[in-house]
Design a protein around this ligand. Sequence first.
Ligand SMILES: [Zn+2]
Length: 128
Amino acid sequence: MTIPAPVERCSKRVSDKTGVFTHPCPNKATTTENGKPYCTIHAPSYIREKRNAKRDAKWAAREEAQAKANLHARQASLFPELVEAAKEALEILETIHNTYHVSPNMWVKLTIAFAKARALMPEVETPK
Ligand SMILES: [Zn+2]
């Protein structure tokens, strides 16, 4: 009968369920860092990587939120110009509609489109 070699354990101390007491981590050591044995989840390099990944994700989320806010601000700032351009296009279309022969089917479609656009304009126009 051979005596098995002692298993090297993680050197990290962990809290018990109460959070008051600590005991040595029962996990088997899988790596050695700074001269101490650690299990996979307590290796300082693993903890550092996990913390960095969390920080990077937090910053990425902040940057994404900022980019979204910038886009919304830009869209909001362009909205009055968009309304003016739409009004101008509407006026040009109405002139074409009133000047040139338009098929009855197209005339109905244009009339409906003008009515919709006219109804929306007071709601989207910025008060001057
Ligand atoms: Zn451990």
